[in-house]
Design a protein around this ligand. Sequence first.
Ligand SMILES: Nc1ncnc2c1ncn2[C@@H]1O[C@H](COP(=O)(O)OP(=O)(O)OP(=O)(O)O)[C@@H](O)[C@H]1O
Ligand SMILES: [Mg+2]
Length: 276
Amino acid sequence: MGRDTSPLHSVSGPTPPESDRPFDATVAAVGQVDPLPIRLRHVEKHFGDNHVLRGIDLEVPAGQFLAIVGKSGCGKSTLLRLLVGLDQPTAGSIDFHRRPGENAGGSARIVFQEPRLLPWATVADNVVVGLGEGVDKTAAHRRALNALHEVQLGDKADQWPSRLSGGQRQRVALARALVSRPGLLVLDEPLGALDALTRITMQQLVSRVWRELGCTAVLVTHDVAEAVNLADRVIVLDEGRIVLDLDVPATHPRRHGDLQLAVLERQLLEAILGDG
Ligand SMILES: Nc1ncnc2c1ncn2[C@@H]1O[C@H](COP(=O)(O)OP(=O)(O)OP(=O)(O)O)[C@@H](O)[C@H]1O
Ligand SMILES: [Mg+2]
């Protein structure tokens, strides 16, 4: 993959919602992926009396695909928000240790369960939003088309989001995250609202895109089958602590129903349900 040196682009129109805004537009033009390693040291997060994360220690090597599973309310989304800098830990440190003192900034992108597309913008313009401000308009459009091709939606560039299916909208959200070639891709239950078959197709897409891009990926999911299908490693969070850290040694791409994966799924379920 060659380095894209196109300048930054200015996106006109209304300001997108906070969660859809690029984190640091000045770094958004980097073409080739430089996967971010992540290190968390004794990370705590409180919301008033609610002690949500309790001493999280975690090292994620550059390029790893990490999945996080756990009961509703155990702190998964809170942890993701800290990773991409949308919130700050109450105590402890998070660093991306090739760059001491820097946060993931413009090199991190997040995809949520709902695609959060701008209804008044075309599919291509929704993807351009992921580049931030200052990129030349023609270059931005070309890069958006490339990202749409990566998610097999090249033919939908001029459509309105309202004309797409749920799975297609989520692929646009993925393209918007990929267009800046992020070093860290964070996914908060991105397939949770999709039907079972679309979900499997999307899992294959996410797996392929991650392998091609070479970024570090952190996925939150409720689905242990999805976690072992996609990730190199799965951690289980319970009441703000890591209670299991499991390697998934199988090679990619993986097959649903594989016996080795089924054993890991069972181990994860037991840890989540607390009867292991
Ligand atoms: N901004 C906030 N202000 C106050 N409390 C919050 C805030 N964000 C999260 N919380 C609380 O932190 C706890 C963990 O929430 P979080 O969203 O991280 O859970 P989760 O594991 O992602 O759950 P789910 O699987 O349902 O998405 C919950 O008790 C929630 O109410
Ligand atoms: Mg959540």
